[in-house]
Each structure stands twice: as structure tokens, then as C-alpha cells.
Design a protein around this ligand. Structure first.
Ligand code: CTP
Length: 493
């Protein structure tokens, strides 16, 4: 049996691991059973990147939430009646903690009654089998996989399988979710699920999806790695209509979405983790007029902080572009200092959308040259220590001055570092080594190689160079043409 705990721990980021450890500690203190559920488990098993951590607890998570808040976690949403909360923990770790519960529907599609329950009942109330798997985080069964609806087999079959004939009737927003997972993971709907899906569309259940639920799904799409594929799937089933009727008619701005995602790929390959929710939302709604976009966003009940971040993208990006093309950031030093503080998502937006060459080229230099120079500074710190300088404020200033020189294009060659660091730190150059006197070579005997040249040199005559043996080449390669002078190396630009 695969070791799921090992797989999980090795796939989490250090920040996610720290968050999980803390929540486990708090659950153990409360003597409550804790499980990792839903998306994170699905993503561990299927080898996808783990986005957020959803925890389910058999009991009330309220004490754990308060303790996490004391430790600096931010609660972004809390539903006391459902005993459920979404939060952001240190290192921007998105998580949710909910009490295990059962949804009881008096009739299909009615508002459900909640009954707090065990983890097994909780897993069975969920949308699709691939989302109904849990990993135990309890001391006695840590790493045990709970899969009551056989989601593992569906992950292997690459299928989205709804857990009940009433799945879409009970929660029509699952129509959007089914297509979202299928497009994201390249899965197809299991045959009966596809029938239920089509039946739900025939019965126009999509028209009953609340604007808030549709907004929640659009917010999720803006965080996806490939939002265009999902939006196209929604569009082809006329489900964008639910999100926004004008968007279904005018279409999302797919080109803008792709431009942002190309920038994102570049950033990710340079080790950055940009959160592009706001610029991607702007791109999705890019073909809507200003007033239409505002109306669409407020109808979907985006949380106010997210609403603001979306509305700020264009004006804030414009301010940055203006500053980057003006005198305040003319020097690399000033541009770097400014860009260090600029929000990453706005820089990504400018790289994707702006045609201001000056601003774009500064942002490119920032990512491709200036940031790598900054990241290499620990090496310079070591060099300075080796030169004998003691740590302290003067030491830090030398390192900073050295960095500023590098921003100006100087001090970039490693062989120049020591000399420049000495100069900046006021350390004297070491005395030059006195060359050791060479022992006079024994005169060559007649017949020894080099004898003739030595004799000629002693007589002041011309010296004929010794014959150079041609290199032995690998079979099939011809020997290099003899050259009289070695070619100068091309200058580095
Ligand atoms: N869920 C559900 N029905 C819904 C919404 C959510 O059953 N209408 C359950 C699913 O089990 C899902 C979990 O709640 O796995 C958490 O929902 P959400 O955070 O939206 O999805 P994730 O599984 O975390 O997937 P991702 O964030 O990767 O899209």
C-alpha cells in the first residue's frame, strides 16, 4: 500500500507542512479527530500541485480557529452555523477547517438540514468520488486513507463520478464544478454522471445556481493554472450565462488570459509563486464595458478585499508604468528599489498587457538580472568574511554598496570581486608575492630534445620552435587545420 503520509509530506511546501503540524497539535490538544480531505488528498494521490489544505474535524473547530488566529492566521470567511472557516496561515497558506457534517435534504433540491457527524458520513455527502477521500492525521491511524466511495479507482480511470443521482439537483453549482475538474485534470465524466449532468441541463437546473455560488466558482477559475480550458467548457454548455449573460455573448478575453499565463510560466520557472487572481479576473471580464464589469462583480458577491483588488488592477498598473517610465526610476538603483516593493501580480499584468517599452524592459531586467544578482549576494558576504572583515553595520554597507555597483553593470566578474570589496571596505591589498628565483636549468646534452634551440639561443641566433605533435582526434574527426596565431577570444557583450 502506498505510504500516503510520506507522499503528502514530501509534496507540501515547508509553509503548508508547518500549518498542518500546527493544526494537528491543536486537534490533539482538543482530543478531536482530524482529517485532511477533498482537494488536497485528491491532488496528493494524482500527483497534481497542492493548492489549499482542507481539514475536517470530528467536533467543533472553534477553539482551534481562535488559537490559530492568536498565532497570526487570518480568517477570511467563517460560518458559525456550519462550524466552518476559511483562513490564510503564515506563508500565504490557504486552508479551511470544518466540522464533519451530513447534509439532509427533505426532498431533492431543498435547502439541506445540517447534522454534525463522523468523517465517513461527511465524505458521503460530497460532490464527486475524487473529492471524497480523506487521510487520517490522528496519532493512532496517521496516514490511513479513507475512501468509502472508491474515489481512488476513479482517479485511476480519469473519471469524474457524482456520488448520487441527486448530486446536481441538490447543488446545481456542481454542474460548473464537474466541468471545472474535467477540464483541469483532463478527465471525462463517468457515463451515469454524464447522463445526470445532461438531464440537469435539460431541466434547466443551471438557472437556479445562485449568483454567489457562480461567483465562487469564477473566483476558483481565476486561481486555476489553465482557466481558459474551463471557461471554454462552460461556454460550450452555455453555462457562462449563469456566471454572467454578457460574458457568454462577448466571450472571455482568451488572448489576454493566455498572455498572463505565459508570463506566469516565466515567473514560476524563475522560482516565484505569483498569485494572479486579480489580473486573471480582469482578463476574463476584459471584453465587458467598465460599468458591466462592475455590475457583474458586485452581483457575484466577491468578498470586498477581492473586489477591490480586481478593480485596482488597471489604475494601479498604470501608476506603476508611469513611474517606471519617469525620472524617479531612471537609475537601475532606483528602479530596483521601487520594483522590490511593487506587487507581483501587477508586474505580471504589466508584462502581459503594457506596450510601454521602458516600463516593460525595467521589469524584465528586474526579474532576469537584478533579482538574480541580489540572490547571489550571500556569496559576496562569504567573500568579504574571507577577506577578514567583521560583521556589523559597516560590513552590511559594503555589501549593499557592492550590490549597487553590480546594478550599474560593474563588479560582475567574479575575479574582480576581491579587489572591489577590498576597496569598498578599506582593506589593504596584500603584498605582491616575490617570485621565487628559478634554479638554473642544467644545460641540455647533445641529442636531448631542445638541445639545438638552447644552443641557438645561447649563440643569439633564431629559435626554431619545436615541432608540435598533432592532437590525436577521435575516430572520424579530422585534425584541426594548423593555425599560425591563436585566434583572439570573442569579447563578451
Ligand atoms: N464540495 C461539495 N460540493 C460543493 C462544493 C464543495 O461536495 N458544491 C466539497 C468537495 O468535497 C470539495 C470540498 O467540498 O472537495 C472543498 O471544496 P472546494 O474548496 O471548492 O474544492 P477543492 O476540493 O478544494 O478543490 P479545488 O480547490 O482544487 O478546486
Amino acid at each position: 500500500m502506498p505510504d500516503y503520509m510520506f507522499q503528502l509530506e514530501s509534496r507540501l511546501s515547508p509553509e503548508q507542512r508547518a500549518a498542518m503540524v500546527r493544526i494537528q497539535e491543536l486537534a490533539a490538544e482538543s482530543e478531536a479527530n482530524l482529517y485532511l480531505v477533498g482537494g488536497a488528498v485528491r491532488d496528493v494521490v494524482s500527483g497534481m500541485s497542492i493548492r489549499d489544505l482542507d481539514f475536517t474535524i470530528e467536533g467543533n473547530p472553534s477553539r482551534i480557529l481562535r488559537e490559530l488566529e492568536k498565532g497570526g492566521a487570518k480568517l477570511t470567511k467563517e460560518d458559525e452555523s456550519l462550524r466552518s472557516a476559511e483562513l490564510v496561515l503564515a506563508g500565504e497558506v490557504d486552508a479551511s477547517i470544518s466540522a464533519a457534517r451530513e447534509d439532509i435534504y427533505a426532498r431533492p433540491g431543498a435547502k439541506p438540514d445540517t447534522r454534525f457527524s463522523t468523517i465517513m458520513e461527511d465524505l458521503r455527502r460530497r460532490d464527486f468520488s475524487i473529492n471524497a477521500i480523506a487521510i487520517s492525521l490522528n496519532p493512532n491511524s496517521r496516514g490511513l486513507l479513507l475512501d468509502p466511495t472508491n474515489g481512488l479507482a476513479d482517479l485511476e480511470r480519469h473519471e469524474i463520478r457524482a456520488l448520487s443521482i441527486h448530486s446536481f439537483t441538490n447543488q446545481p453549482v456542481r454542474l460548473l464544478r464537474a466541468l471545472r475538474y474535467a477540464a483541469r485534470m483532463g478527465f471525462k465524466m463517468e457515463s451515469r454522471t454524464a447522463e445526470w449532468f445532461n438531464l440537469a441541463l435539460e431541466r434547466k437546473l443551471q438557472e437556479t445556481i445562485s449568483a454567489e455560488d457562480a461567483g465562487g466558482e469564477l473566483r476558483q477559475v481565476a486561481r486555476e493554472e489553465k482557466p481558459a480550458a474551463i471557461l471554454k467548457a462552460w461556454e460550450s454548455h452555455a453555462l457562462l450565462e449563469v456566471v454572467n449573460p454578457t460574458l457568454q455573448k462577448r466571450h472571455p478575453d482568451y488572448e489576454a488570459i493566455n498572455r498572463i499565463f505565459r508570463v506566469r510560466e516565466d515567473m514560476v520557472s524563475s522560482g516565484l509563486r505569483p498569485r494572479l487572481f486579480a489580473p486573471v479576473t480582469v482578463a476574463i471580464l476584459g471584453r465587458l464595458k467598465d460599468s458591466e464589469r462592475k455590475a457583474a462583480l458586485s452581483r457575484m458577491s466577491f468578498p470586498s478585499s477581492e473586489l477591490r483588488s480586481v478593480q485596482d488592477v488597471e489604475p494601479e498598473a498604470l501608476k506603476i508604468v508611469k513611474l517606471l517610465s519617469g525620472p524617479k526610476t531612471a537609475s537601475a538603483r532606483d528602479a530596483y528599489a521601487f520594483l522590490e516593493k511593487a506587487p507581483l501580480d501587477l508586474l505580471a499584468y504589466i508584462l502581459a498587457e503594457s506596450n510601454n517599452g521602458k516600463a516593460v524592459s525595467k521589469i524584465k531586467s528586474y526579474f532576469s538580472k537584478w533579482k538574480p544578482i541580489r540572490q547571489a549576494l550571500p556569496g559576496v558576504v562569504t567573500e568579504l568574511e574571507l577577506l577578514g572583515m567583521e560583521r556589523g553595520s559597516k560590513f552590511d554597507k559594503v555589501v549593499e554598496d557592492f550590490f549597487q555597483l553590480q546594478l550599474l553593470g560593474r563588479a560582475r566578474k567574479p575575479e574582480d570581486h576581491a579587489k572591489i570589496l577590498r576597496k569598498l571596505a578599506g582593506i589593504k591589498e596584500p603584498p605582491k608575492k616575490v617570485e621565487e628565483k628559478k634554479k638554473p636549468e642544467k644545460p641540455k646534452k647533445k641529442g636531448e630534445p631542445g638541445y639545438k634551440q638552447e644552443q641557438a639561443a645561447a649563440a643569439g641566433g633564431p629559435v626554431t620552435p619545436p615541432k608540435i605533435q598533432p592532437h590525436r582526434m577521435a575516430p572520424g574527426k579530422s585534425s584541426p587545420a594548423p593555425t599560425s596565431k591563436p585566434k583572439p577570444k570573442p569579447k563578451k557583450k
